[in-house]
Write a protein that binds this ligand. Sequence first.
Ligand code: ZN
Length: 114
Amino acid sequence: MLHSKTQADEKLTHISKAPPQMAGLQLKKPELLPAQFNVAWGPHSVSLTCPFCHHYTITTVRSSPKVRTHLLALLLFAIGCICCFWIPYTKKSYMSRKHYCSHCDACLGVYNNN
Ligand SMILES: [Zn+2]
């Protein structure tokens, strides 16, 4: 019985090891845009051909806070506005809008409303 348990353990360790050629393989999202990719980004979705996956797509727009949004919230918190320091996060003018490919989810551009 002990012998069969050892064989099972050997099979488990053999299965859990990745093949040597797959060990360093990782899929990464592309982060740099090609130099010729020049689009006037706006607050709304744009239809275009993605430079990474080459599919014709409509971008997905996601809002994220800017650095100045965090700084303003920190300032409000520091001067004692503990109940209202989160208000900058609700203002659209304090948020940047990032356009993502709806097919490969690569970040294609950023719109900053200044
Ligand atoms: Zn894409």
